[in-house]
Design a protein around this ligand. Structure first.
Ligand SMILES: [Zn+2]
Length: 483
């Protein structure tokens, strides 16, 4: 299974190198090889660098003023002219719309054939309005399109109606591809907001502010909300589910980022609670599968078909105690427990058992576990762990009964790691809305990756469908490559 997480760290390093201008030839090649979308990134980073150098050298470029801008590769396009004065509204003013982009590459007209509301005939009017949308194309050009939208009159609805522009969300000034690409960079692989602006902003005629970008991501999360619900449903219905949680800050408060991941769905949730209340929000009814988790007590209370506690955590605990406790009683206990865990894992790895013999061997493991758990050792650490073995005796060797259940919680830890990196790179969420957008978009980008989908293309296509039909298509299922 390729969830692309080991790649993400390399991508962030390479993006940072590209933005510093220190990207070497082999690094640029590596970036392009990692992912289809990264070819775009590598180009953008290189183009940005060239544009900067051109700015410094102030050479007469190869571009003649008569060359249509659409025929120029992005790196010979001049950077957008410097704005006069500070961008944005003066302090105390309510925000105004940003000025229209200076240059139009393409013009498109939109006129409804019939009333979009009632389907009836329209009376043609002379009323139009224009809006401009800038987007990034498959060949990396950025393109500003001026849309002229006719406002005709519907006599039956008694109002002026207009057709939808399919290339962007209503009133948005950047198109679907740019929204999906920037969202993926930030929420998918953890590139900071400023780096995203540095990377794509230089190529755009449209002025893109951090605030504008973030509000586009909020809208993206709102539109994709149904997918977030579908991911939760898929996770709740899975046969095996991994759970983990880590600290998170929201609006200055300590919160927890929860991760519930199956093999093809990864659901993140940010909540104030690190216990039952948060879990009750996710597990709305009993879970009909095997839940894999560490020894955090809150997970015990979940009603599930079976639990598997992470044996890697238990082994790490033994190592930790080894550092401070060298009593004979501890050493004897730790040796027996290690041997038991090792024998359990070995038993599962053997492929050539017959079911009857396998059943006998499992019962033997269970007997050894109970003996170990019931013992008294006269050593505080050994007694403490024996108590834990007793408490979790039904959740330690569950994996012997289910071929698809592992003995450790690695999958959840792998799924939560990208979120931890995003937390380190970016500021914590300053609002509840920011935290919600974070949870929704991280879940969607991670799940699309797990399903082998191209997240940028999938989301851009879904946005187009949503804009034209008002309905979001269902979240794509697992992509199976041919061969
Ligand atoms: Zn009508």
């Amino acid at each position: 299974m390729d969830d692309g997480i080991s790649k993400d760290a390399r991508i962030r390093t390479l993006v940072a190198a590209a933005l510093e201008g220190s990207l070497t030839d082999p690094q640029a090649e590596a970036l392009a090889k990692l992912d289809r979308n990264l070819i775009k990134l590598a180009f953008l980073a290189a183009a940005r660098r060239i544009a900067e150098l051109q700015g410094k050298l102030t050479l007469a470029g190869p571009d003649h003023p008569n060359t249509p801008s659409g025929q120029k590769p992005p790196y010979v396009k001049p950077p957008a002219p410097k704005r006069k004065g500070k961008p944005g509204a003066k302090p105390g003013h309510i925000g105004t719309r940003r000025p229209a982009p200076p240059q139009i590459d393409r013009r498109e007209e939109h006129r409804a054939e019939v009333c979009p509301d009632c389907g009836g005939p329209l009376q043609r009017c002379q009323r139009t309005r224009t809006r401009t949308v800038e987007d990034i194309l498959a060949d990396l050009r950025t393109e500003v399109t001026e849309h002229t939208v006719h406002r005709d009159y519907c006599p039956s609805c008694k109002k002026h109606v207009e057709p939808t522009v399919p290339d962007a969300l209503p009133n948005a000034t950047i198109g679907h591809n740019l929204v999906a690409l920037t969202g993926w960079l930030h929420y998918g692989i953890g590139v900071t907001t400023q780096q995203v602006l540095d990377l794509v902003g230089i190529h755009l005629h449209t002025h893109l502010s951090a605030g504008g970008l973030i509000s586009m991501w909020h809208r993206l999360a709102e539109v994709l909300g149904p997918w977030y619900e579908q991911i939760a449903e898929a996770a709740r219905r899975s046969a095996v589910l991994w759970a983990d949680e880590t600290g998170w800050r929201r609006n200055g408060l300590t919160c927890w980022l929860w991760c519930f991941a199956s093999k093809d769905a990864c659901y993140y949730m940010i909540d104030r609670s690190r216990g039952g209340p948060a879990l009750a929000k996710f597990f709305t009814e009993a879970f009909d599968g095997v839940l894999v988790h560490d020894f955090w007590a809150a997970y015990d209370a979940i009603r599930a078909q079976d639990h598997q506690c992470c044996l890697a955590h238990l082994l790490r605990e033994l190592e930790k105690v080894d550092l401070t406790n060298s009593s004979a009683a501890w050493k004897a206990f730790a040796k027996r427990l290690r041997r038991l865990i090792r024998d359990g894992i070995r038993l599962r790895k053997r492929a050539d058992f017959d079911p009857k013999r396998y059943g006998e061997l499992i019962r033997r493991i269970d007997r050894r576990l109970m003996e170990l758990a019931r013992g008294t050792y006269g050593d505080a650490d050994a007694d403490r762990l024996a108590k834990r073995l007793m408490r979790y005796c039904d959740s330690l060797f569950t994996f012997l009964d289910y071929p698809e259940v592992p003995y450790e919680n690695n999958h959840a830890e792998r799924m939560i790691r990208p979120a931890v990196i995003i937390r380190k790179n970016s500021q914590s969420n300053r609002s509840d809305k920011g935290a919600m957008t974070q949870a929704i978009l991280m879940s969607i980008y991670r799940t699309l990756k797990l399903r082998g989908q191209d997240p940028v293309q999938t989301i851009a296509t879904a946005l187009r469908t949503y804009t034209t039909t008002g309905h979001l298509p269902p979240l794509p299922i697992q992509f199976i490559a041919d061969g």
